[in-house]
Design a protein around this ligand. Sequence first.
Ligand code: LMR
Length: 394
Amino acid sequence: MFETLTKAPGDKILALMGEYAADPRPAKIDLGVGVYKDEAGTTPVMSSVRKAEQRILESEKTKTYLGIAGNKGFANAVLDLALADSVDRSRVRIAQAPGGTGSLWVLMQLVNRARPGTTVWVSDPTWPNHNPIAVNSGLKVATYPYFDAETRGVKFDAMLAALDRLGPDDVVLLHGCCHNPTGANLTPEQWDRVAESLARTGALPFIDLAYLGFGDGIEPDAYGTRKVLSMVPEALVAFSGSKNFGLYRERIGAAILVARNAEAADITQSQLLNIIRGAYSQPPDHGAEIIRTILEDKELRAEWERELDHMRARMIGLREKLAEAIRQRSNSTDFDFIAEHRGMFSLLGLENSVVEHLKATNGIYMIGDSRINVAGIPEDRVGDLAEALLAATR
Ligand code: LMR
């Protein structure tokens, strides 16, 4: 049987994690995988999460099945958090899924049931796993212009012109906030224009919302998603609780669909639940119950929001420190964009040979396209990092 197989390509983000772990150099710096790190360079369990887990341990009475759509309290709390009152809930359905990736996967399967082999338009560039998830679901992938390598901002006019040319058979994958890998994001006015374009062309918006709260705060980060949903008849949203709740390995996410009316929502949801039942039957509960416990409790929620605020402020602070350290040493503003970007990542725009050189010579690990995870910048070594970057790019 297996002699028919050839080796599949590895995932470059997860492969780099392994390479970093195997590097014995004590001064190595990990700017690779998108995992938040605190001042001590660790990824601790959030205090609000720890408390929720203690409550669950004490109060949980059964581990019997919850059903294909998962934890209902979690589902309602996530809709309140991400969508607020942007769209009439009678048109909205949600199914808990294993992580943002699992949510993307079941929603891509749903798209393929509705329009087999249709095209998903992704930003150029996008998270490298978008392409395999779409292709493995039977869909085609094409790109729309996004990142301007000159300004390190968004090529908005080109992006909008490309979106304006799409039609009702097309799917447009958008990063709700904190664009991965670039760190360059749409302004609220640009989101307004994207929403208008989608409403006009009928292309289906599919929003990947993996970093809510990591950019400018929950409300500003949700602006684009809510705006789009308020203007279009149909939409999909893949929500992740991996980063904002630090629940990476618990694999907690949600697949959200918006349909034209309640009847269409019920039909579409029945297909989504059928896909889930035929894949993994039902989602795991632990991460969902943690999020439900936090969001439904006033005190725990306030504590979680404080922790999220701290993570976000730390990442913005590190952005500013690195940009400043480079400016001081080079007398140039070439890397100021790092301070303007938002979210966990910035695409530095370095050649792959420079990325490899930094890894080999300085033990500085970033993704091959020169994406850095700003949370991985060690507070006390910002100067070293600035010097290494300048030396490698001179
Ligand atoms: C990342 O982009 O580094 C994260 O989303 C982790 C992953 O699964 O790739």
